[in-house]
Design a protein around this ligand. Structure first.
Ligand code: GLC
Ligand code: CA
Length: 544
């Protein structure tokens, strides 16, 4: 039995810009994070995933890196970072960092140097001549962030590839120098005591060829760079040369990953686990702006399929790119019950659970939506323009942008009912959610019925019960509203029953016995006696 640390510990994701501001400039920072380590320890988490803290021009808030070995000055210094690692360690918390190596910032010295065609750095990126006498991009791929994936540089008289914004330039992993550079960066951080990496868009770093892609409405080009064999080879090299030499973990962000590709990514010599996006697409159609009605049974099927397809999942309902989860998978009418339902699901599925900052207090999206002037994520602006172009009104466009507006997850962490939710003494860099007056850490810490207290308890139980970490996953077929599965380890068996809906859900007979007992539940008065149905979002962990 593989009892690696990440199998029995919970990860907490911090988006540093919005977590805690120590000096009143309205921007969260590393000293701010250090000041909250006791809070995190008390919550019971064992691993922090830090979204990027490297030097960055901030076109994508850190996902555009200009120096992989320097700290973003807004966040602090390298001394602060060393202190964070040491202080976390003192509290038994390990830190993983974001590894963004599909692209660098256009302000990275490598890219600056690469603009000289004679420089060895020219081959670090995809510089190409365009078509039609260099007037048109080299192929028809589109960027995730809108428009062509190529940008013409008049001085160089060539085009460069960017799958994201123009300021995020794709590295050419066909060049063996890239592997060398990245391995050097990995060692630099691992030697500092970092426990591993969340690898950004890691299943698209290998561009098989630069031929035209088949026509798609949204993100054209995926067929040429998603989950390619060369990608596996690169990860195997990184694993062999670096990861296998350290006690560390890796989780890959794998957009549109198939079960088969994920199985290969996690087969032991590439990554430890992958984030898939299937659950995030459950209420979308074509592209994130287009909403379709959420159906619990669809989510159940996706999660069950993944549980059975691969040995070890990375389970999550929120992160810095997604809307808050209660409104998606729960209900604002049952905010407490449904937030706790999701917590119970997260902590009982097989795999490493990831909690995103604020999820543990049930933070919500901005309601009804952000105004255009309030947008911080630059992606919103082009989505807005496209929606206007296809004929929607100003208001209609604002509403649709809201369906996928990443700023929702990036509003300041709500610590208290005080000024700016206790996040900062200055004006926050992004609009705060006014509901901090009601939804905040301080008001939940000592309330045994709060969402926070439930998370704390759920995390504790998850760590205490080996079956929840190491046990097998056994799905049980039930009605659409109910999720039911068993977790079995050695001679212990547990049953999880989750009502995913705001309606009553019937429980089939015979799932538990007379001597079974409830370990915990999201209703204070749940009982197995004469239990035949669950109340709205009622969820139970039962010892069989
Ligand atoms: C990942 C990150 C996202 C970023 C993108 C480009 O999807 O999670 O925030 O914009 O990669 O780096
Ligand atoms: Ca600050």
């Amino acid at each position: 039995m593989d009892k690696k640390y990440f199998r029995s510990n919970v990860v907490y994701q911090i988006y540093p810009r919005s977590f805690c501001d120590s000096n009143g400039d309205g921007i969260g920072d590393i000293p701010g994070i250090i000041s909250k380590l006791d809070y995190l320890k008390d919550l019971g988490i064992g691993i922090i995933w830090l979204s990027p803290v490297y030097k960055s021009p901030n076109c994508d808030y850190g996902y555009d890196i200009s120096d992989y070995k320097a700290i973003q000055p807004e966040f602090g210094t390298m001394e602060d970072m060393d202190r964070l690692i040491a202080e976390a360690k003192k509290r038994g918390i390990r830190i993983i960092m974001d590894l963004v190596v599909n692209h660098t910032s256009d302000e990275h010295p490598w890219f600056q140097a690469s603009r000289d065609p004679k420089s060895p750095y020219h081959g670090y990126y995809y510089w190409r001549k365009g078509r039609k006498n260099n007037k048109k991009p080299p192929n028809n791929w589109t960027s995730d962030f809108g428009g062509s994936a190529w940008k013409y540089d008049p001085e160089v008289d060539e085009w460069y590839l960017h799958l994201f914004s123009e300021k995020q330039v794709d590295l050419d992993w066909h060049n063996p120098k890239i592997l060398e550079e990245v391995e050097d960066i990995l060692r630099f951080w691992l030697d500092k005591g970092i426990y591993g990496f969340r690898c950004d868009v890691i299943n698209q770093i290998w561009k098989e060829d630069l031929d035209d892609a088949k026509f798609t409405i949204y993100i054209r080009g995926l067929d040429h760079y998603l989950n390619k064999q060369g990608n596996h080879v690169i990860l195997q090299k990184l694993h062999e040369d670096v990861f296998s030499k350290y006690d560390c973990m890796t989780v890959g962000e794998c957009y549109n990953v198939t079960h088969e590709a994920a199985r290969q990514f996690t087969s032991g010599n590439e990554l430890d686990m992958c984030f898939h996006f299937d659950a995030m697409h459950v209420d979308q159609i074509f592209a994130p702006v287009f909403h379709r009605k959420y159906k619990p049974h669809r989510l159940k099927k996706i999660l069950f399929d993944w549980q059975q397809a691969i040995d070890w999942n990375a389970n999550y309902f929120e992160n810095h790119d997604q809307l808050r989860s209660i409104e998606r998978f729960g209900s604002m009418d049952y905010r407490n019950e449904s937030a706790k339902m999701l917590a119970l699901m997260l902590m009982t599925l097989r795999g490493t659970p990831y909690v995103y900052q604020g999820e543990e207090i049930g933070m919500t999206n901005i309601n009804p939506y952000f105004e255009k002037e309030e947008y911080r994520d630059p992606v919103n602006h082009w989505i807005y323009e496209i929606i206007r172009k296809i004929g929607f009104s100003h208001k209609g466009a604002l509403k649709r942008v809201q369906n996928c507006n990443r700023d929702n997850a990036r509003t300041p962490m709500q610590w208290s009912a005080e000024l700016n939710g206790g996040f900062s003494s200055g004006k926050p860099w992004i609009r705060e959610n006014e509901n901090y007056v009601d939804i905040n850490v301080e008001s939940q810490l000592n309330d045994p019925d709060s969402i926070y207290s439930f998370y704390k308890k759920a995390i504790g139980i998850r760590k205490e019960i080996p079956a929840l970490s190491y046990g097998s996953f056994e799905p049980i077929e039930t009605s659409n509203s109910l999720m039911a599965f068993r977790r079995v380890f050695e001679n212990e068996a547990y049953l999880v029953l989750i009502n995913m809906t705001p309606h009553e859900a019937k429980i089939p007979d015979g799932l538990f016995a007379e001597n079974s007992s409830i370990v915990f539940s999201n209703y204070a008065d749940s009982s197995l006696k004469d239990l035949t149905s669950l109340r709205p979002f009622e969820s139970l962990l039962i010892r069989l």
